[in-house]
Design a protein around this ligand. Structure first.
Ligand SMILES: *[C@@H]1O[C@H](CO)[C@@H](O)[C@H](O)[C@H]1NC(C)=O
Ligand SMILES: *[C@@H]1O[C@H](CO)[C@@H](O)[C@H](O)[C@H]1NC(C)=O
Length: 319
């Protein structure tokens, strides 16, 4: 137990808050990879997550030390493919086959890894990347999906692309005016059609912090799930926090593309602890506490009332 306590202290008070709250909220996952500046022994991380009843993790790669630590744990895993592999996976189907063989099939043994998703790239259409991955992401996704299918894995796992919420936007912050960002609209429509045809989920990373960062007039309490009963009406629905509003902006964008029922996964949600006047450990704790209370309600958003699938990310800078 002493060892475990020491690990928690290393991870910082924000993570401790999250883990403490975790015992009261079931079913959410965590991102693993950016949570600490020092890499922790994966066996310890797996034990710590299990002790805190967290049974879903999202990785940013397929590091074999981590994957072997997860083997036999029963934990649901989203494996990641870094953006720098997209080009080789897009260029040559053989590379995608090799990737699947080495990083998926190898763990599909008895007492292996319970892989549910393969994340192809990470926020590849972020405007900060200047379009670097616009041409390679979709072909890489198609090659990975095909390789998973040929290897017989698509009954148990699905490929997806974690996108930043920046790929869609809405006029006047109204969810009902949501649509894909004009410079990526066509490629997003092509991707969601492929997702729809192959029953793949849409993964989105949502950062309510960015709403405050980008808009000085944004109501602060609305970002912290603390609207004190005040709601913002939109098209017959009422919103009391920016997380729900952002999620439903995506639902409207998908609806406009003719897609009504695509599964949505929140691949990351979090609040930074430094780098901005609103990015402090105190506000981060307030955010995670509000988010946990929100998740504990076990209801979806005004437009999508079903249970949410969410992976938390605790991080220090993200602007
Ligand atoms: C498997 O994943 C690892 C870690 O992400 C990567 O370094 C390696 O290149 C991948 N293997 C293949 C054959 O692509
Ligand atoms: C994107 O373009 C900006 C401005 O030209 C540049 O500063 C930045 O380094 C570029 N980023 C990438 C990832 O290419």
């Amino acid at each position: 137990m002493a060892g475990r306590a020491a690990m928690l202290v290393n991870l910082g008070t924000v993570v401790m808050t999250v883990l403490t709250l975790a015992s009261f909220v079931e079913g959410f996952g965590v991102n693993w990879g950016n949570i600490a500046s020092h890499p922790l022994n994966p066996d310890i991380v797996v034990r710590m997550l299990k002790e805190n009843k967290i049974n879903k993790v999202k990785l940013f790669d397929a590091d074999s030390w981590t994957m072997n630590a997860l083997a036999g744990s029963g934990m649901e895993v989203m494996v990641g493919i870094p953006n720098n592999l997209l080009e080789t996976l897009a260029d040559d189907y053989g590379n995608a086959k090799d990737w699947v063989k080495e990083n998926i099939t190898a763990y599909m043994r008895k007492d292996g890894v319970n892989i549910k998703y393969v994340a192809v790239g990470n926020e590849p259409f972020l405007s900060a990347y200047n379009g670097s991955y616009l041409k390679t992401t979709f072909p890489a996704l198609k090659n990975i999906h095909r390789a998973l299918k040929e290897a017989g894995h698509t009954d148990v796992m699905k490929a997806t692309i974690p996108q930043n919420a920046e790929v869609y936007q809405s006029a006047n912050d109204k969810p009902s005016e949501g649509d894909f960002r004009s410079d990526v609209k066509q490629i997003m429509l092509d991707i969601v059609k492929f997702f729809h045809d192959n029953d793949l989920p849409f993964t989105v990373n949502i950062y309510p912090f960015l709403s405050l960062y980008l808009n000085q007039h944004f109501p602060v309490e609305y970002a912290f799930f603390d609207g004190n009963g005040q709601t913002i009406p939109d098209n017959g629905k009422n919103y009391d926090n920016v997380f729900d509003a952002n999620y439903d902006t995506l639902v409207y964008a998908l609806n406009k593309a003719g897609i009504k029922d695509m599964k949505i996964i929140v691949g990351e949600v979090g609040w930074p602890t430094d780098g901005h006047k609103y990015a402090t450990p105190k506000l981060a704790e307030k955010f995670y506490a509000g988010l946990m209370k929100r998740l504990a309600k076990d209801v979806g958003t005004p437009l999508r009332p079903e249970k949410l699938e969410v992976y938390l990310l605790v991080y220090s800078t993200k602007t």
